[in-house]
Design a protein around this ligand. Structure first.
Ligand SMILES: CC(C)(COP(=O)(O)OP(=O)(O)OC[C@H]1O[C@@H](n2cnc3c(N)ncnc32)[C@H](O)[C@@H]1OP(=O)(O)O)[C@@H](O)C(=O)NCCC(=O)NCCS
Length: 200
């Protein structure tokens, strides 16, 4: 995994060819433009701050500067489009003692509901597992019903901490995935991508 940049050539369920790869330092403009294209609601739901159309340089740094041997920020691209970005997702270590990572993802508003978020979730799941994580959590604002439903449908168990909803998975327990279309999609991607992303 450390030698060549990872580049997954995949197809969305509707047959659209996409490239999934880690963000890299040359992606600063891609990230800034994707941020600009998000609706204010999607921006706030992902980044939890009202910054207008401009993403801060520090946030871009966090997303694009990463260890090529263990990338945590990923992007889904449609290379046939003038602007190829469709969505992105990341995970961060919350507690090394408990093996807990936090994940977050965002998909351009016009591209939501096509399975891009679930594909990103599978990539985050496997790369976190490969890096030694045992549990993954996603935090969602209380009025973000769409993301809450998606995370629950993808098998996360939800709790409320008085401020935000917390959706948690045991990354080693695929039997806990429910019988929903989103979880079936997720299981399909996990099966397809684990030989590529889970390496010794
Ligand atoms: C939350 C978010 C990332 C989900 O991304 P997405 O690409 O829309 O997710 P998917 O398309 O994989 O799944 C969403 C739903 O579409 C369905 N779906 C997936 N592929 C589909 C397809 N080809 N046709 C129709 N429906 C489809 C899924 O079953 C799922 O249904 P559910 O919500 O009832 O469970 C996206 O809505 C988003 O960016 N929201 C704003 C940011 C945000 O809230 N981030 C916090 C997440 S931690």
């Amino acid at each position: 995994m450390a030698d060549d940049p990872i580049r997954l050539e995949l197809q969305l369920r509707d047959g659209t060819p996409v490239v999934v790869r880690p963000l890299q330092p040359s992606d600063r403009e891609l990230v800034a433009e994707a941020y600009r294209q998000l609706s204010p609601e999607a921006r706030y739901q992902r980044f939890w701050s009202h910054t207008g159309e401009m993403i801060g340089a520090g946030m871009i740094d966090r997303l694009v500067r990463q260890d090529p041997a263990s990338p945590v920020s990923w992007v889904v691209l449609d290379r046939t489009r003038p602007f190829p970005g469709l969505g992105g997702g990341s995970w961060w270590l919350e507690s090394s003692a408990s093996g807990l990572v936090e994940m977050s993802a965002v998909v351009l508003d016009s591209e939501q509901g096509r399975g891009i978020g679930t594909l990103l979730l599978a990539v985050l799941w496997l790369t976190a597992l490969q890096a030694g994580a045992r549990e993954m959590v996603g935090y969602v604002l209380p009025d973000n019903h769409q993301a809450s439903r998606w995370l629950r449908d993808c098998g996360a168990s939800g709790t409320w901490d008085g401020y935000k909803s917390c959706f948690r998975w045991d990354l080693r327990d695929l039997d806990a995935l429910p019988a929903t279309p989103a979880a079936a999609d997720l299981a399909g991607w996990l099966a397809e991508l684990s030989p590529v992303l889970m390496v010794d």
